[in-house]
Ligand binder design. Structure first.
Ligand code: AGP
Length: 370
């Protein structure tokens, strides 16, 4: 067992540390040697079919759905086609509007999640083309979808998904860039810029992982609380949801993710002296708004950890109690970096509380019942 964990205490920590490799493996062979274009030979859909799509539904569960929320941002930014995201267990019960021009993207690490599989079948029954993003070749989802993008994260053992989630983000970045290149919604130079920034991500993750210990103390202080909040705006809100789910599932501490601007519409009432707030600040154009939302929480006594971009420490540090800086990348790609400290905080909080990190109570790795 120890050997399988490659010297790490838990599979989760091992898998967190495997993310640079997972990013590299998922990108390998898909980005051209000159870094100017993306090739996705695995896709059976033709350029004509891709050009005919006028709406996208992204359907998944849990962490995979959170990857889908980032995927929505990627596709809408790069391709300018409207994207809806849906909880797989809700999808087929709400008569979704599906036409032959709808592309349904299902995201599933295991490829065996019953709700996701049912959504895939419903989408196909209604005439949509289904693209699956999955980590398991030969899984039910991979076999039944019309097109498949395999993430090369390698086997994920810990119940809490880490490297599978972040590799799903890489898959969305690749597919978004590929689609933009096919439609010409972004110039060759713009696509090349995205790809260059993507290729820098593995090293940037390594840099974050080298500072993992810095997050131990924050996690330990959080472990004494019964409730906390993750806040963010734009794509940071999607990452906040993932941070909150990760913490809940392995530390059993209640947390909520909030779009920072929504707090004042009710939830602010829950902030009291010492309530931990983790504020994501990766979107520099939203800094001003975020800082004013952080101020609202601090005025009620919140203890705020800011996850910010390197180079902005001086500007932000006055407004937060603690901060952790992540390397700079394009605003579109920040989730692939900002999620790493959140995974580590959850891990260390669970450890501090003495829980079974890899096998949290009440949960299964793959949920094969509806
Ligand atoms: C992630 O940490 C969870 N264990 C869970 O939300 C998971 O992502 C979800 O059940 C979906 O699984 P899948 O990706 O295998 O479909």
């Amino acid at each position: 067992m120890t050997a399988e964990k490659a010297g790490f205490d838990h599979f989760m920590l091992k898998e967190v540390h495997e993310q640079p490799k997972a990013y590299r493996d998922t990108m390998r062979g898909r980005i051209s040697d000159d870094g100017r274009s993306v090739a996705m030979p695995e896709l059976k859909m033709t350029a004509e079919q891709l050009k005919g799509i006028n709406r996208v539904h992204i359907v998944a569960c849990g962490t995979a759905l959170h990857a889908g929320l980032v995927g929505k941002n990627v596709i809408e930014s790069l391709v300018r086609i409207p994207v809806e995201t849906d909880v797989a267990s809700e999808y087929r019960y709400r008569s979704p509007i599906i036409t032959p021009e709808t592309l349904v993207i299902v995201v599933s690490q295991s490829g065996e999640t019953a709700d996701t599989l049912a959504a895939l079948r419903e989408a196909q029954r209604c005439g949509a083309r289904v693209l699956a993003i999955t980590n398991v070749v030969g899984s039910s989802v991979a076999r039944e979808a019309d097109d498949v993008i395999i993430t090369l994260a390698g086997p994920e053992i810990a119940v809490a998904s880490t490297k599978a989630y972040s590799s799903q983000l890489i898959a969305f970045f690749l597919f978004g860039a590929f689609w933009a290149q096919t439609l010409g919604t972004k110039s060759e130079a713009q696509v090349a810029q995205v790809l260059a920034a993507m290729e820098a991500l593995p090293e940037q993750v390594e840099k974050i992982l080298a500072q993992a210990e810095l997050l131990k103390e924050v996690a330990e202080s959080i472990s004494h609380h019964s409730s906390l909040f993750f806040i963010g705006r734009g794509v940071d809100y999607a990452v906040a949801m993932e941070g909150s789910l990760k913490l809940k599932e392995i530390s059993y501490i209640h947390s909520e993710a909030y779009a920072a601007g929504e707090l004042k519409h009710g939830t602010l009432a829950l902030i009291e002296e010492g309530t931990p707030v983790i504020a994501l600040l990766s979107q520099e154009d939203l800094y001003e708004k975020m800082l004013s939302n952080i101020k609202e929480t601090k005025a009620r006594g919140a203890d705020v950890l800011g996850i910010l971009n390197e180079g902005h420490e001086a500007e932000i540090s006055k407004s937060v109690d603690r901060y952790f800086a992540i390397p700079r990348t394009l605003p579109l790609l920040t989730p692939a970096l900002s999620v790493i400290p959140l995974q580590l905080i959850s891990y260390y909080a669970s450890l501090a509380l003495g829980h079974d990190v890899d096998k949290p109570r009440n949960l299964a790795k793959s949920v094969t019942v509806e």
